[in-house]
Design a protein around this ligand. Structure first.
Ligand code: CMP
Length: 139
């Protein structure tokens, strides 16, 4: 299992609010290398599949509906200690609790519309990256 990669999505709220460029700038400025990148959209079925680990939780239906409401940017990022460092960079899931200067503090509006997703483990980073990218789409 690789420990130097994480997966991220720029969520529909951040895309709609014009923050793709600022978020990618911040990712690069913090030492992450983008090794795969895609502008795409999830339909409800795909969003449900991506977040199937949360199936049954009270926020699942709202999450699926929100994540299929508009285009997203998917990316695989590489850096030593990628999972932990990226979670630090994005801040807490609930943006009201995110540290100043973090991506969610700067760009997120609510716990649902929280600007970005970041993998929580090496195992999930691999699963999530494989969900969006083939071997031919990684550089
Ligand atoms: P994300 O990191 O993409 O993983 C699951 C998402 O569910 C999370 O960000 C939030 O946007 C959303 N969510 C909504 N309510 C909650 C909650 N109570 N706990 C965790 N995640 C939540």
């Amino acid at each position: 299992m690789e420990s130097n990669k994480t997966f991220t999505m720029i969520k529909p709220d951040a895309v709609a609010n014009g923050h793709i460029g600022a978020i990618l700038d911040k990712i690069i400025a913090n030492g992450f290398k983008i090794i795969a990148l895609k502008y795409t959209a999830l339909n409800a079925e795909k969003a449900g599949e991506f977040y199937s680990v949360h199936k049954g939780r009270p926020f699942y239906n709202a999450l699926v509906s929100f994540m299929s409401s508009g285009p997203i940017v998917a990316a695989i990022l590489e850096k030593e200690n990628a999972i932990e460092d990226y979670r630090k960079l994005i801040g807490a899931t609930d943006p009201t609790k995110a540290e100043p200067g973090t991506i969610r503090n700067l760009f997120a509006k609510s716990i649902d519309a929280n600007a970005v997703h970041g993998s929580d483990s090496d195992e999930n980073a691999a699963i999530e990256g494989n969900f969006f990218f083939s071997a031919f789409e990684r550089f």
